[in-house]
Design a protein around this ligand. Structure first.
Ligand SMILES: *[C@@H]1O[C@H](CO)[C@@H](O)[C@H](O)[C@H]1NC(C)=O
Ligand SMILES: *[C@@H]1O[C@H](CO)[C@@H](O)[C@H](O)[C@H]1NC(C)=O
Ligand SMILES: *[C@@H]1O[C@H](CO)[C@@H](O)[C@H](O)[C@H]1NC(C)=O
Ligand SMILES: *[C@@H]1O[C@H](CO)[C@@H](O)[C@H](O)[C@H]1NC(C)=O
Ligand SMILES: *[C@@H]1O[C@H](CO)[C@@H](O)[C@H](O)[C@H]1NC(C)=O
Length: 330
């Protein structure tokens, strides 16, 4: 009798332990699933930084991400270069502009993250029919470029936009449609007029039409608190370190595309950097559209100041060093 009861007790105990173990396992599994949608690609804090350090000399995350008033108001921040590589000569304008928006912080929910998983979404035609939208939405930080639409392309490119890098000539004419209410609209200033343009719109001053290579929006419905100016530091790093231009002579450097700039920025901001929608068709392929949302071909790139051959090589180099990954490949 007694022995029988003891066995019953042991069996009961074992069953309880097994159940408990299974619950624990499932809970952990659930937690991992929730934290890392791509379980095979776990986020390692400091991973990108430790690799980028080797590639980029004087690599530093200490530079303010966005320009801030205190750097110009109390002490004149001594920058060696003019826009787009520095702020030399634009200080007065910056004081006026930054006093207007008075925002330069990174959103709290991103700042709090132990590990930042980022995806830089390029505008490449290969995104068409890619069905990557759902995956893109899972990243902590989704960076988009210029006027790339989201509306009606959600299935392929997703709908989440944490930051959008743009300049006046590349601004989306309907910013409400293709961004979220809290999307940071990050101005990449190529020339002082670009900052002026934003200031005029926010202040509703008399519009300026001259000096742009393409007419930017003159009415632009945005919240001033969502506007930031990207530190030109990233542009100078892109030119001198990523594109390896020997000299800091603006006329001689091929201007980096906003896409490559966004990748450089991510290397200084994120712990994991994936890219999607990067890569142009072969140079001989003159009919192939280059963007997922419009019909322009490579011809338009030849007319620009960009050098896409050098950029493609730079991105390949980042792949080879395992610093970034192509979202469509792993
Ligand atoms: C790195 O920093 C050193 C010391 O400040 C400076 O002399 C050097 O020019 C910098 N290198 C680059 C590539 O900026
Ligand atoms: C001065 O401004 C540049 C951007 O133009 C930035 O990279 C640098 O960190 C700033 N220096 C200080 C001391 O804030
Ligand atoms: C995308 O899918 C549509 C409908 O299935 C098709 O008509 C179109 O050719 C595809 N486009 C590309 C670029 O594959
Ligand atoms: C990333 O992968 C896609 C799909 O295979 C490819 O079309 C694209 O060219 C790749 N991007 C780069 C920059 O290699
Ligand atoms: C791009 O740069 C490479 C290497 O510096 C050069 O050989 C090539 O001619 C450039 N292409 C264009 C279109 O400027």
């Amino acid at each position: 009798m007694k022995i029988n009861q003891r066995w019953k007790a042991i069996a009961f105990f074992v069953i309880v332990m097994v159940c408990f173990g299974m619950c624990w396992f499932l809970r952990v599994e659930y937690y991992i699933q929730r934290s890392y949608p791509n379980v095979h690609e776990m986020c390692i804090p400091g991973d990108v930084a430790s690799k980028a350090e080797i590639l980029i000399s004087n690599y530093s995350r200490d530079h303010p991400v966005f320009l801030q008033l205190s750097d110009y108001f109390w002490v004149k921040n001594q920058s060696k270069y003019r826009l787009p590589y520095g702020t030399y000569g634009s200080e007065e304008l910056l004081i006026k502009f930054l006093a207007l928006t008075n925002r330069y912080h990174v959103p709290e929910d991103i700042k709090r993250l132990r590990c930042r998983r980022c995806v830089v979404v390029g505008n490449g035609h290969q995104l068409k029919n890619s069905s990557l939208g759902e995956t893109i939405n899972k990243y902590d930080v989704v960076i988009r470029i210029n006027n790339a639409p989201v509306h009606k392309y959600e299935k392929d490119v997703g709908s989440k936009t944490t930051m959008r890098l743009f300049y006046p000539e590349s601004a989306d004419f309907d910013p409400q449609l293709d961004n979220n209410p809290d999307t940071l609209l990050v101005l990449v200033p190529f020339k002082p007029l670009d900052i002026q343009w934003m200031k005029i719109i926010l202040n509703n001053e008399k519009r300026v039409r001259k000096g742009f290579w393409k007419m930017p929006p003159i009415i632009w419905e945005v919240e001033p608190e969502n506007i930031r100016i990207l530190n030109p530091y990233y542009m100078s790093v892109t030119a001198t370190q990523i594109l390896k231009s020997k000299k800091m002579i603006p006329k001689m450097i091929p201007k980096p595309t906003t896409g490559l700039l966004a990748i450089t920025f991510a290397l200084h901001f994120c712990d994991m950097v994936h890219i999607a929608g990067f890569g142009y068709p072969a140079l001989t392929n003159k009919k192939q559209p280059i963007h997922y949302y419009e019909k322009v071909t490579l011809k338009s790139m030849f007319a620009s100041e960009h050098n896409i051959t050098v950029e493609a090589q730079a991105i390949k180099n980042l792949f080879q060093q395992n610093i970034i990954h192509n979202l469509t490949y792993f």
